[in-house]
Design a protein around this ligand. Structure first.
Ligand SMILES: [Zn+2]
Length: 409
């Protein structure tokens, strides 16, 4: 063997080893929804494409809204579970989704009209658990088929492929799934980049008279929200609409809904817009007995961010805190399944006291921002014991969470 031949062989061997495919593979996952005012249901297709596909998908259905689940092969449906074992390289599952949902109050939190639809993509596509081979990942997209004069807004970047076509990001999930609010149809919207966040506010056409005010309010307050929560999503969609949509605010992933009649700042100087922004920022949930932590943080910052950004003087901020303290007196405990009204006021008062206690114990080195950031780190479920650990790490034994809770009596 000549030296040259030897080197050539070695090189080709090296190249060969580089060319050997890594043990990762990708498949395409397309969520496709056809929506038209002619039909009260969205026709949904989940389409998989790839040499390797997941072994099994289990869809956790809402039997009142996900109807007629069907596939050519590998599907069994039992009550609220549809188990699908797709056969590649191409496989499809179809179902119908009832778009409008009326709450007990008579208003809607999801609605299809002749001109537009407002709904949540995480209801359109139900939660799905998946079994996949190690290293198999999905490139997920969401696509709408709409009447030709309809537009769409979703909290995702558009793909360059076609209209109403979005690239889904869902970090840390084996099966990326679209989440958050959507508005489709004859709509009006305004857009800007605020503190590095691509912000879009949208409403049905004819209901957009406050879009610029809303965008300006976000330009005023979002930088302070992001200063507390640097992990704020890179995209935010704010959907607003009037009657018959539900008269409140509801956060979703990278998005929120706010009723068009709601003021940006209420008479008692808190802001439900900032409250919902904090939910978007933290992405946390409380589970049993810790909902007050989630709601208390949102409600604390709903006034605190106004004060911090200069929209409230010290005097007016103090008055808001006093009012919250008074309202909090109507609640006996923080530990309820769903925190609202006086319980949330009590939780916000706790957060304020915790902030003061941390400042005092650490000579202003730590405060509630540090606690909030840490709670939001994993964007998951939070608990009282986690809160206690965070406070202990910041201030040792100098701040006693239990004593602060007891002191609310
Ligand atoms: Zn809330």
């Amino acid at each position: 063997m000549t030296l040259r031949f030897y080197i050539t062989s070695l090189l080709s061997l090296l190249l060969l080893s580089v060319a050997v495919p890594a043990r990762t593979a990708e498949y395409e996952l397309l969520y496709r929804a056809t929506i038209s005012p002619d039909s009260e249901v969205a026709r949904v297709e989940i389409r998989l494409n790839g040499n390797k596909l997941p072994r099994r998908l289990v869809l956790h259905l809402n039997p009142e809204r996900h109807l007629k689940v069907r596939s050519d092969a590998g599907l069994t449906v039992e009550d609220d579970r549809a188990t699908w074992k797709p056969k590649g390289p191409q496989a499809s599952l179809h179902y119908d989704f009832v778009i409008s949902e009326q709450k007990a109050s008579g208003s809607y939190d999801s609605l299809l009209t002749a001109d537009w639809a407002i709904l949540r993509s995480d209801k359109l596509i139900p939660p799905i658990t998946v079994s996949v081979a190690k290293g198999l990942t999905a490139r997920a997209q969401l696509q709408f088929e709409l009447p030709s004069d309809w537009s769409s807004a979703a909290p995702y970047a558009s793909t360059s492929d076609s209209k109403h076509h979005y690239e889904i990001v869902d970090p840390g999930r084996l099966l990326p799934r679209p989440k958050g609010w959507l508005i489709l149809g004859n709509i009006t919207s305004r857009q800007d980049v605020i503190a590095g966040v691509d912000v879009r506010v949208a409403a049905p056409a004819g209901q957009g008279r406050r879009l610029q005010d809303t965008l300006a309010f976000l330009a005023w307050t979002l930088p302070d929200v992001k200063a507390v929560f640097p992990g704020f999503p890179d995209r935010l969609l704010v959907v607003t609409a009037g009657k018959p949509m539900w008269r409140g605010g509801l956060s979703g992933t990278r998005s929120l809904f706010m009723h068009g009649d709601r003021p940006l700042i209420s008479g008692n100087r808190t802001s439900s817009m900032i409250h919902e922004l904090v939910h978007v920022a933290t992405g946390i949930n409380g589970g049993k007995d810790a909902d007050w932590i989630v709601e208390g943080l949102a409600e604390y910052y709903a006034a605190n961010i106004l004060w911090r950004s200069g929209a409230l003087s010290d005097l007016r901020y103090q008055q808001t805190l006093d009012w919250k303290e008074e309202w909090a007196g109507e609640a006996d405990t923080l530990f309820v399944k769903r925190s609202s009204g006086p319980v949330t006021a009590r939780a916000a008062v706790f957060m304020h006291r915790l902030h003061l206690a941390l400042q005092e114990a650490t000579d202003d080195a730590a405060g509630l921002d540090d606690v909030a950031r840490e709670l939001a780190r994993d964007r998951g479920r939070v608990s009282l014991s986690q809160l206690q650990e965070i406070v202990h790490a910041l201030a040792g034994n100098k701040v006693d969470v239990d004593a602060l809770i007891a002191g609310l009596e």
